[in-house]
Design a protein around this ligand. Structure first.
Ligand code: NOJ
Length: 533
């Protein structure tokens, strides 16, 4: 009997996934806010870039108190972005171009405008409607103290996570008061979310990104963190795994995949979410937060691969997203790592240096085994923008007492055409966030015509990436400060983070480099190369 060939690895194990922040991607109707019409018009650009899937940050009906992570209706598109019919068209049109769609589901909390929360407010203390959330009377003789001591999940915020109501109850919100936390011990909450998953899988989406995935389960007694820190009363509780096992059976009905937003420092605890009957993948925030340092990056890569191996899940490689300082800015600062707590106004940055490193980092991450995420504008090398104080919308800024610049600097509307108003974003009116002076220089049309541009590098790298095959990573001997590894069948990646130029290992062909080699054919500092052995 002929031996059957092994089935090809599923797409998501090695995909390049492009994150679309709809509000800032492209404006199809000219009102200053990006929308689905804008995305549909730019699908050819995404196909040319060569990405396998699009992850859309929440596009549902929302008062946008936290950029759409405050969802009022999970089954409808916000009218500012379009309609459900348009979303269905977009999903189908993308699929025709070979691009899958991932939607963003926000299970930890809803908008305070969600019908469930409005009903809970109206129904009053002790009502079944309030059981879907965490309502409690206040503490202290007059009930004017919050029910417990839990800290805000907006790093840097000293604002309380409880808001009092005139009827004596307080409600829990780990983020803004407009994002009340759901009670995941309630069966209706579980049922509702499984129905939402089915709703989107039925519409042809290939995957779901799970927001704040490690926060859903709460200690039922809502014990003070100071009294019961371990297990943590609301981070990474064991009850979560039962929820995700159940979600997995839903996804399996549709061949759908999950990517979890799981920020956990402990690699073993992190990997638990990736057991074969739970989530398929999770974002690699350790790699994203890692400074531009050869030893630290190598250790981060090794830890990542080692933590994923026992559960058989592919790693993900992420350099930034809609919450994180833009890569070219971060790599140009004195501190090249990322830490929410360290964000301040006016951090000096050397953009030329940051861009050189970001180009090398792109080749590094696209050569590693696993899936790679690219956040819109990363392929254009956009820097973090300074947003005038009176235009900042991100609640992280206000909730830090004005010390944290917030996340709007990485959410600025994209520049598409250098010669058009608002750099071709599509807006007739002022875009919802201002584009800084000089934004047009980053426009996609200009970069498409320049073989030395960041866009040209990303296009070329994504096209060549299959050369690495799906073999495991083997480190090659390399001088201090140089990362060199190979993947079967003999393609290697070398990244020089040392101060001096490095000799390239023996090769037959230089496939791609993030910058020119020196006159002696050596790899300059902060440069990466892909080689065929
Ligand atoms: C993580 C999202 O990425 C972020 O933008 C949001 O503010 C929080 N979760 C709360 O939903």
């Amino acid at each position: 009997m002929a031996q059957s060939r092994p089935a090809a690895a599923p797409w998501w194990r090695s995909a390049v996934i492009y994150q679309v922040y709809v509000r800032s991607f492209a404006d199809g109707d000219g009102d200053g806010t990006g929308d689905l019409a804008g995305v549909r018009a730019r699908l050819p650009y995404l196909a040319e870039l060569g990405v396998d899937a699009l992850w859309f940050t929440p596009w549902y009906v929302s008062p946008l108190k936290d950029g759409g992570y405050d969802v009022a209706d999970y089954r409808a598109i916000d009218p500012a972005f379009g309609t459900l019919a348009e979303a269905e068209k977009l999903i189908a049109e993308a699929r025709e171009l070979g691009i899958r769609t991932i939607v963003d589901v926000v299970p930890n909390h809803v908008s305070d405008q969600h019908p469930w929360f409005r009903a809970a407010l109206a129904a009053g203390p002790g009502s079944p409607e309030r059981e879907l959330f965490h309502f409690r009377p206040g503490r202290g003789p007059d009930g004017d103290l919050p029910p417990n001591d839990w800290p805000s999940q907006f790093v840097g915020s000293t604002e309380p996570v409880w808001t009092p109501l005139p009827d004596g109850d307080w409600y829990l919100h780990l983020f803004t008061p407009e994002q009340p936390d759901l009670n995941w011990a309630h069966p209706a909450v579980r049922q509702e979310h499984e129905d939402i998953l089915r709703f989107w899988f039925e519409r042809g989406v290939a995957g779901v990104r799970i927001d704040s995935a490690a926060l859903l389960a709460k200690d039922p007694a809502l014990t003070d963190l100071a009294d019961a820190p371990d297990p943590h009363p609301f981070v990474d509780r064991d009850e979560l795994h039962d929820i995700y096992r159940s979600w997995r059976t839903v996804a399996d009905d549709y061949d759908g995949v999950f990517v979890g937003e799981v920020w956990l420092p402990d690699p073993e605890r992190f990997a638990r979410y990736l057991r074969p009957d739970e989530l398929h993948t999770a974002f690699n925030f350790a790699f994203l937060s890692c400074p531009w340092d050869a030893g630290r990056l190598r250790a981060s890569i090794d830890t990542t691969l080692a933590e994923h191996a026992p559960v058989g899940a592919p790693a993900t490689w992420v350099l930034c997203n809609h919450d994180i300082t833009r890569t070219v800015t971060r790599y140009g600062c004195a501190d090249t790592g990322f830490d929410f707590a360290a964000k301040t106004f006016g951090t000096p940055t050397d953009l030329a240096l940051g861009t050189r490193r970001a180009r090398a980092a792109a080749l590094l991450s696209l050569a590693l085994p696993g899936a790679v995420y690219v956040y819109q504008g990363e392929e254009l090398g956009l820097p973090e923008a300074d947003i005038p104080l009176d235009r900042i919308q991100d609640p992280m800024h206000a909730r830090s007492g004005g010390t944290d610049p917030g996340r709007d600097g990485c959410r600025v509307p994209l520049p598409w055409e250098a010669g058009a108003p608002h750099a071709g974003f599509g807006a007739q009116e002022e875009p919802w966030l201002p584009q800084p002076a000089g934004w047009a220089a980053y426009a996609a049309d200009r970069q498409a015509a320049d073989p030395g541009s960041m866009l040209a590098l990303y296009r070329r790298a994504i096209a060549l990436r299959p050369e690495f095959g799906d073999g495991p990573l083997t480190w090659l001997p390399a001088p201090e400060g140089v990362l060199a590894f190979t993947r079967a069948p003999g393609v290697s990646c070398v990244v020089n983070l040392a101060d001096a130029p490095a000799d390239l290992p023996g090769h037959t062909e230089l496939l791609l480099a993030s910058g020119p080699l020196d006159p002696d054919g050596r790899l300059p500092k902060d440069t990466a190369a892909w080689l065929r052995a």
